[in-house]
Design a protein around this ligand. Structure first.
Ligand code: SF4
Length: 527
């Protein structure tokens, strides 16, 4: 197998291997290094120095003000007549926005599981020859942003583990909040990675019964957010936590089944939406068809921030289109925070649907105020100090002729630390804007998320410390208006009681112990 460096021991009923690329060394930015060849030393250097392996320059521009980092994307497919590795590839490609640090696919041909994973974007990790070697009829795939454990190869997913009767590969979207408690059930020294997912994989693999039986015992022990896809050699599984915090949907191919984080991934692989995986449900898919088992009573608390920022606009959650929700939020925002102006502009792309809605409702023309460099995530050159100081300009450059002399309404989806919006206001003023009115299509993000979205800590969140008026002053805007929580919820067409909105109101649907709040808690426990 091209690029394979490490094969793990054969198993009595199924061999398994985890591929760790050793082809010409990729730098953390994901490009082949001309000076350092493959082999074990290259691997050691590679994994030892990767802090952010995705090569996204945008992360480096202003480390003080990252956008909310998404949790992960998961994808699973059971389809005997399909090239499942390619379906998984394109499924992950559609879910790339959910995690850009690493990507991996595990494939089973019924007798053995092969896992291939690496740091970087899906398109950087997988090349056609690699996908061609991943043959079988079951696959699970994962693209990761780290919410527990560092961004290193060992923590990339799918995770892999031998079981009593074969082996298991697993991808996880979400974040567990009782990881130390679960880790205490695993014999010391058995964990190689430092993630909640590794702990869950070990528990699922170590059961004395079959995978399904073990899952029904183990899943009720896990607390927090988990949308899972996993498989042994013969069966694809999908499970969702009792609160259903992260999305997970089931789709149908002509001769097979797909599970994915978002409906958009179903569309892209030609699957039709069947239904959402229910909170507290375990689904098993094999030759016998689809089996559903409840392992917990459903207490739905879907993530409200999925509607605001995380999910793709062409995805639907609970039957509601994300794009339609965001446009509706814009209309409501216009009613809640009207202002006289000449032009409504979005912060591309995340502010676009709400800006359209704001313009529709207010009657103020909609226009583009910025040109966005769509390729900013794909440059591998570290910016020079001068360019770094220009910061956001590398991503967004104002269209002076559209802006000059105008009273502008600029619509964005959220404010985390405020550095980005401050830079935008400054840029618009420098480009000649007469007035700059900032409108935000979510309420103030004032509380951290422990269920799989990596915001700043409360101390770093600008709304955790300042009033709206103080934030306005800090941004340098003429006016600032956030949508209210009630209006945002109304736009989702969901009942408030079925949504987690903790980052906005501080009401956490699942209590989080103080000692379970760190991203690196397993690494810290080992020190
Ligand atoms: S805290 Fe916010 S981001 Fe986290 S699950 Fe709840 S609504 Fe979503």
């Amino acid at each position: 197998m091209p690029g394979e460096a490490a094969r793990h021991a054969d198993h009595p009923q199924g061999t398994a291997s985890v591929a760790r690329p050793s082809y010409p060394l990729r730098t953390p930015a994901g490009r082949a290094s001309p000076t350092r060849g493959g082999g074990s030393s290259a691997n050691a250097a590679y994994t030892g120095h990767v802090s952010r392996g995705d090569g996204r320059l945008s992360h480096n521009l202003d480390p003080r003000d990252q956008s909310p980092q998404d949790a992960c994307g998961v994808f699973g497919v059971w389809a005997p007549d399909e090239e499942v590795s390619k379906l998984a590839y394109f499924g992950l490609y559609a879910l790339q926005h959910r995690g850009q640090e690493s990507a991996g696919i595990a494939v089973s041909d019924g007798a053995r599981i092969v896992v291939f994973k690496d740091m970087g974007l899906v398109s950087q990790v997988f090349e056609e020859p690699v996908l061609n070697t991943l043959r079988g009829h079951i696959a699970v795939g994962h693209c990761r942003y780290s919410t527990t454990g560092s961004s290193v190869w060992e923590n990339a997913q799918p995770t892999f583990r031998s079981t009593e009767s074969g082996s298991l590969a697993l991808g996880h979207n979400g974040n567990l909040i009782n990881t130390p408690e679960l880790a205490a059930r695993i014999p010391a020294g058995e964990l190689t990675a430092t993630t909640d997912t590794e702990v869950l994989t070990a528990l699922l693999a170590d059961g004395e019964g079959g995978v399904e039986e073990t899952a029904l015992e183990v899943l009720p022990l896990a607390r927090g957010a988990y949308s899972l896809v996993f498989m042994n050699e013969r069966t694809l599984y999908a499970a969702r936590d009792p609160q259903g915090i992260r999305p997970l949907v089931l789709g149908r191919l002509e001769h097979g089944w797909v599970v994915a984080s978002e409906t958009a991934a179903l569309d892209i692989v030609g699957a039709t939406f069947v239904r959402e995986v229910e909170p507290g449900e375990l689904i098993a898919i094999d030759e016998a068809g689809v089996r559903s088992t409840r392992f917990a009573v459903a207490e739905p608390k879907g993530c409200l921030f999925e509607y605001v920022y995380v999910a793709r606009p062409d995805t639907s959650i609970a039957g509601r289109s994300i794009q339609a929700t965001r446009v509706d939020v814009g209309r409501r925002l216009a009613r809640e925070h009207p202002v006289e102006a000449d032009l409504v502009i979005p912060t591309p792309e995340s502010g676009t649907p709400a800006a359209i809605g704001y313009a529709e409702e207010s009657g103020i023309p909609y226009g583009q105020g910025f040109v966005k460099n769509s390729y900013v995530g794909r440059t591998f050159i570290q910016p020079s100090q001068t360019i770094r100081q220009l910061g956001i300009r590398l991503k967004l450059n104002p269209l002076r002729e559209a802006i000059e002399g105008k009273r502008l309404i600029v619509v964005d989806d959220s404010i985390v630390r405020g550095n980005t919006q401050r830079a935008i206001v400054k840029m618009l003023r420098e480009a000649g804007a007469k007035e700059v009115h900032v409108r935000i299509s979510s309420p103030p993000v004032a509380w951290p998320c422990f269920y799989g979205i990596d915001f700043a800590t409360r101390a770093e969140l600008i709304a955790g410390n300042l009033s709206v008026e103080e934030i306005r002053q800090s941004l340098g805007a003429d006016t600032l208006g956030y949508i209210s929580l009630d209006e945002l919820i109304a736009a989702t067409q969901q009942d408030k009681s079925r949504l987690c909105r903790a980052c906005f109101d501080g009401v956490y649907p699942i209590d989080v112990a103080e000692d379970a709040r760190g991203k690196h808690l397993l690494e810290e426990a080992r020190r």
